[in-house]
Design a protein around this ligand. Structure first.
Ligand SMILES: Cc1cc2nc3c(=O)[nH]c(=O)nc-3n(C[C@H](O)[C@H](O)[C@H](O)COP(=O)(O)O)c2cc1C
Length: 235
């Protein structure tokens, strides 16, 4: 078994060096269909650079490596075309037996977000001993996406995680920031939030799994250390 610390150090430096901007303005479609740059098999064709990576793969790696959880957002709404494309990327994630065993609820209404925030503040004060200055539930992001899983399907949480990764990374490629929110589910499942949960109109058998805050970032947090020793090659 070998650990990959050196490999990741070099790969990380290479990926960071390739970062010139966090934005990808090459999005051409809001339908989620393959672009004309893709072959019939879906493979993206492009010229290979001297380091062996195509411009497209460099862009993908840059998007992945530059993503950080954002906990401070600008007060700018997410454009509906971008949101539509991000959600389309989400539902184009792989899913077990193509069950697409997720339910996605998007909240853009600032009125509803304020309602969530005020109920969340009450909940935190009552249950978590937070006395004042409770941060907004979605850190002030203008869009909050709830993701629910099918409790009757054992791999549904995998489906939902992959859906979220597509949402997060496509958002990142458009200059948008995100933060996964697991803690918000405890709140949404609390008696205080029962009427908010009802408004999500989840079908029978679906439970909230997590949420994603989405909006234009107002901070640039540094990357946290990664445990490269958790990856081992088995020979
Ligand atoms: C399943 C899951 C639940 C999370 N829940 C929260 C949360 O409730 N609040 C929060 O601020 N961040 C939450 N995060 C974000 C993590 O704290 C963050 O991804 C981690 O610290 C690594 O930092 P990075 O995303 O900037 O690389 C969650 C992430 C995941 C994947």
């Amino acid at each position: 078994m070998k650990t990959l610390s050196k490999f990741f150090l070099l790969a990380g430096v290479a990926a960071l060096c390739s970062c010139t901007s966090g934005h990808n303005t090459s999005d051409k479609s809001t339908t989620g269909q393959a672009s004309s740059e893709q072959s019939a098999s879906g493979a993206v064709s492009s010229e290979q650079g001297s380091n062996g990576q195509t411009a497209q793969s460099e862009q993908v790696i840059k998007t992945i490596m530059s993503r950080r959880s954002i906990r401070k957002y600008r007060n700018t709404p997410v454009e509906s075309e971008k949101l539509e494309q991000i959600l389309n990327c989400g539902i184009n994630a792989p899913s077990g037996m193509n069950k697409q065993s997720w339910e996605v609820r998007v909240i853009n209404s600032q009125k509803l977000l304020s309602e969530i925030d005020s109920t969340y503040a009450e909940f935190m004060k009552a249950n978590n001993g937070v006395s004042a200055n409770v941060k907004p539930a979605a850190y002030g992001a203008p869009t909050l996406i709830f993701i629910a899983h099918d409790t009757a399907y054992d791999l549904s949480q995998v489906d939902c995680g992959l859906l979220g990764a597509n949402i997060i990374l496509s958002a990142q490629s458009m200059g948008l920031g995100t933060c996964c929110l697991g803690g918000i589910v405890r709140f949404m499942n609390s008696p205080q939030a029962s009427s908010l949960l009802k408004r999500l109109e989840l079908p029978e058998g679906y439970n909230l799994l997590y949420a994603i805050a989405l909006g234009y970032p107002d901070e640039s947090p540094a990357a946290k250390a990664r445990k490269t020793e958790k990856i081992k090659f088995i020979e």
